[in-house]
Design a protein around this ligand. Structure first.
Ligand code: UD1
Ligand code: CA
Length: 452
């Protein structure tokens, strides 16, 4: 049995009051429509057909591979939109599932249940309804006394009595393919000038064809995003789903309502995430870490047993047992080897800090290669930019950089060297040399043995 799917994404979305189409607004790092597409892909035999129209170029730019497109030039309603997918699917599939791009919370299990229901239905359609106190502008399901569904009445055209009904159309359907394409031709323009897909229920009923309605126990899945209040609501639910999956996998969260993690992230067991922490993109966090409070980690790698307090990392990497924060900023290309300690107010960009190196207070390290067990004194600055280009600083193992040292790059400092407090180092320093002053000059040349 071949199952095709149609995802409606051509609408104007006026209610979002946005310059960009609503379905590309992001939820936890992915555009709204990416969620419905992924769910449809999981249950369809062919790539889902995405119906685009309003700002179609922008919408298509936000879709990954694995879909086909149908174009709806004028947004004449949901029935008209589905009709646009006919050429892609007619004759290729037995059943056609239809969902909206603005419903990211739909679960794969629900679509499977709908398809199963339709496969065991002699009639042409199965659909999903919800029961809730809040109407969200949804169409009402009209039933007769025997409980059979007769019609869907859109809120815009419903009368006072119909508006009281608390069973709503979720906007998730599965149709027998041949029937669908013919029935769509018979849909008439509604009172507001649109061709409503929802009319198909009444069309089936009038032809005495059995329709199955699955009522979901939980209305949450059917929340469609029509405005920014819904967007925030959906984001919160999605976040809860993601956080629960992490917690069930062995990650602890102190107050998960205030933890913001994207589904793409990986986190090891026994790591604890504190509030106001954002972990995004391709980030990977190891085991036994403590992250946050107040930390942002974007596209970064963190080893095992690390502690990061009130800090920001962007495309940076930590090995194991690194401690950083509060108020550190690791920018692109920062790499801290194991047991590095980075205290308050440090910034590192495109630099390597070797094992056991310490950088306790107020420093900027950019474009540097720093060895193992180096002490970077308070206020040390790599003066890496000469106004034209970025220059490199190299520091050998075991070197002691005194407080407030200015390292004027390009510069190489050897192993086990020392710079005095306030030194402005403009020339290379050899292994074991001690330099002081402005500009710095050598005052001592210790032999390697002195350090053994
Ligand atoms: C629709 C249903 C309503 C249901 C609700 C559930 C209709 C007429 N109404 O209402 O019964 O309770 O979903 O969420 O179907 N679209 C197009 N082309 C168009 C018009 C719409 O592609 O010409 C797309 C929209 O981009 C959107 C989807 O179809 O993704 C649904 O349209 P929308 O305007 O959001 O319908 P609702 O008012 O939510
Ligand atoms: Ca909608």
């Amino acid at each position: 049995m071949q199952i095709g799917s149609v995802i409606l994404a051509a609408g104007m979305s006026k209610r979002m009051k946005s310059a960009v189409p609503k379905v590309i607004h992001p939820i936890l790092g992915k555009p709204i429509l990416a969620y419905a597409i992924a769910t449809a892909q999981a249950v369809s035999s062919l790539p889902p057909v995405v119906v685009v129209g309003h700002a179609s170029e922008l919408v298509m730019q936000n879709i990954n591979a694995g879909v086909e497109y149908a174009f709806q030039k004028e947004q004449l309603g949901t029935a008209h939109a589905v009709m646009m997918a006919k050429d892609c699917l007619k004759g290729k599939v037995d059943q056609v599932m239809v969902i909206s791009a603005d419903m990211p919370l739909i679960r794969k299990e629900t679509l499977e249940m709908l398809i199963d229901s339709q496969l065991s239905n002699d009639g042409p359609m199965s659909m999903v309804s919800i029961v809730d106190d809040e109407s969200r502008g949804f169409g009402r399901i009209i039933r007769n006394e025997a409980g059979d569904a007769l019609a869907i009445i859109e809120e815009k055209v419903a009368d006072a009595q119909q508006l009281m009904i608390k069973e709503y159309n979720a906007g998730i359907y599965c149709f027998k393919s041949d029937w669908l394409w013919n029935a769509l031709e018979t849909v008439k323009k509604s009172a507001v000038g649109e061709y409503y897909l929802t009319d198909l229920l009444q069309i089936a009923v009038e032809a005495h064809q059995p329709v199955k309605v699955i009522t979901l126990p939980d209305a949450e899945e059917a929340i469609g995003i029509n405005n920014r209040v819904h967007l925030a609501e959906v984001e919160k639910i999605m976040r809860r789903r993601i956080n629960e999956a992490f917690m069930l996998d062995g990650v602890s969260m102190i107050d998960p309502e205030r933890v913001y993690i994207e589904a793409s992230v990986e986190i090891g067991q026994d790591t604890v995430i504190y509030p106001e922490t954002y972990i995004r993109g391709k980030s990977k966090i190891g085991k036994n870490c403590e992250i946050g409070p107040g930390t942002i980690i974007d596209d970064s790698i963190v080893g095992d047993d690390c502690r990061i307090l009130k800090s920001v990392m962007e495309r940076a990497e930590l090995e194991d047992h690194v401690e950083m924060g509060p108020f550190c900023h690791l920018r692109s290309g920062a790499y801290l080897a194991s047991h590095v300690h980075m205290g308050n107010f440090g910034e590192v960009k495109k630099s390597y800090l070797g094992e056991g190196t310490k950088m306790g207070h107020f420093s900027y390290i950019g474009d540097a290669q720093i060895g193992n067990n180096v002490n970077i004194g308070a206020g040390t600055i790599t003066c890496n930019y000469d106004g034209q280009k970025k220059n490199k600083t190299v520091i050998g193992d075991g070197t002691f950089i005194g407080s407030d040292t200015m390292l004027v790059a390009p510069l190489t400092i050897g192993k086990n060297a020392v710079t005095g407090a306030g030194a402005v180092v403009t020339k290379d320093v050899g292994d074991g040399e001690k330099v002081v002053g402005v500009p710095a000059h050598v005052i001592e040349n210790k032999k390697e043995e002195d350090h053994s």
